[in-house]
Write a protein that binds this ligand. Structure first.
Ligand code: TRP
Length: 331
C-alpha cells in the first residue's frame, strides 16, 4: 500500500489512448494503494491565463474520470485549487528553489520558445507547484509519462533539500511509477504515431464521442492499397488499425482480419466497419455514464466536497509540520 498521486490537466476530452494508457491502470491502482487524483487547474493558468471556461473544463474532466471508473469513495479525487495548503507549500518551496535550476528545465525552455510573450513566473516555478502537489500528501509514487520525469526529479531534489536544510525527515523522495508491460499504446488514425488530440482532426477517438462521428473517423483512417504478398509485414497505418482492434475487439475478430490480411483477401472497408462498431460498443457504457453523471449536479457537488475534505486531512497534517519545522509558531 503506497501513497500514489497523479495530476490531471483540465484540457480536452478523454480518448481511447488516454484510457488504455494511464486511466485503466489508475482504476486498478485505486484498490491497491492510497490514491490521490487531482485536476491541476492552477497549472493550466501558466499557459492559459484567461481561460474561457475554466469551471466547465474542470467539470468535464471530473465527470469523465468518474465515468471511466475512478471511485471517489475509494480514491481521493479533488480539484487542485480547493486545497489552499498546496499554494502555501508552493510558496515555501519557492524559497529553496534556484533560478538557475528552474531555467534549465526542458519543459520551461520549450514554453519559452512557444509563448515568448508570456514567460511568466508561474511557468518558471511550475516544478515547484508540481512538487507541492506531490509533497503535500507525502506521496511515494507518481505515475508519469516521459515528459514529466524531469519534473519528478526536481521534486526529489526539493524534498531532499528541504529535509537537509531543516535537518528533518519529512518528505519521502517520490518515485516515478511506470506501468511498464501494462501500458497499451494506442496509435492514432492518421497512419503514424500515437493517438493524441493535438495530432490533428480525426486522429483521436474520444470516449464520449457519438457513434456517428466514430464511424466517420474510422472510415477515414489511413490505409494503403492492400497486401500483395502472403504473410507480409504490415506497414504502420495497417498495423495501427490492428492495434486499435486488438484493444477493443474480440480475439476472434482480430484473428479473422489478420488471416484475411495474410491471404491478401482483406477488405479494409469491412475491417473498418467492424472496428467502428466494436469501438462504439466498447465506449457505450462510458457515454451513458457521462450523460448520467453530468446531469446530476448534486452528485458532482457531493463528490467535489468529499474530495476536498479527504485531501485536506493529509495536506493539513503536512502543513502543520512544515510550519513548525520552519519556525512559524502561534502567538
Ligand atoms: N504536469 C503534469 C502534466 O502536464 C500535471 C501535473 C501537475 C502533475 N501536478 C502534478 C502530474 C503532480 C503528477 C503529479 O501532465
Amino acid at each position: 500500500m503506497s501513497i500514489v498521486l497523479s495530476g490531471i490537466r483540465p484540457t480536452g476530452n478523454l480518448h481511447l489512448g488516454n484510457y488504455f494508457g494511464a486511466l485503466k491502470n489508475f482504476v486498478k491502482m485505486q484498490y491497491e494503494n492510497e490514491c490521490y487524483f487531482f485536476i491541476a487547474d492552477y497549472h493550466s493558468l501558466t499557459t492559459h491565463p484567461t481561460p474561457a471556461d475554466l469551471h466547465g473544463n474542470v467539470r468535464q474532466v471530473l465527470v469523465e474520470y468518474l465515468a471511466a471508473g475512478i471511485d471517489p469513495e475509494i480514491a481521493t479525487l479533488y480539484i487542485q485549487s480547493d486545497l489552499p495548503e498546496t499554494a502555501e507549500l508552493y510558496l515555501l518551496l519557492n524559497m529553496n528553489a534556484y533560478k538557475g535550476e528552474l531555467e534549465r528545465v526542458t519543459t520551461y525552455k520549450d514554453k519559452v520558445s512557444k509563448q515568448p510573450d508570456n514567460i511568466n513566473a508561474g511557468l518558471l516555478t511550475y516544478p515547484c507547484l508540481m512538487a507541492a502537489d506531490i509533497l503535500i500528501h507525502r506521496s511515494q509514487k507518481v505515475p508519469v509519462g516521459k515528459d514529466q520525469e524531469q519534473h519528478l526529479e526536481m521534486t526529489r531534489t526539493f524534498a531532499r533539500r528541504f529535509n537537509r536544510l531543516y535537518n528533518v525527515n519529512l518528505f519521502p523522495e517520490p518515485e516515478a511509477y511506470n506501468f511498464g508491460q501494462q501500458l497499451i499504446k494506442i496509435p492514432g488514425l492518421d497512419g503514424a504515431g500515437k493517438m493524441g488530440k493535438s495530432e490533428g482532426e480525426g486522429n483521436a477517438i474520444f470516449l464520449a464521442e457519438d457513434p456517428k462521428s466514430i464511424r466517420k473517423k474510422v472510415m477515414r483512417a489511413i490505409t494503403d492499397s492492400g497486401p500483395t504478398e502472403m504473410n507480409q509485414t504490415k506497414p504502420e497505418p495497417i498495423a495501427n488499425i490492428f492495434s486499435i482492434m486488438k484493444a477493443v475487439s474480440s480475439p476472434e475478430t482480430v484473428e479473422y482480419f489478420d488471416d484475411q490480411y495474410n491471404k491478401c483477401t482483406i477488405r479494409y472497408g469491412d475491417m473498418k466497419k467492424q472496428l467502428a462498431e466494436d469501438i462504439i460498443n466498447f465506449t457505450e457504457p462510458f457515454r451513458e455514464k457521462v450523460k448520467e453523471i453530468s446531469a446530476d449536479e448534486d452528485y458532482i457537488h457531493k463528490v467535489v466536497k468529499m474530495g476536498k475534505e479527504k485531501a485536506h486531512i493529509s495536506s493539513a497534517a503536512t502543513m502543520k509540520e512544515v510550519r513548525e519545522i520552519i519556525g512559524f509558531r502561534e502567538f
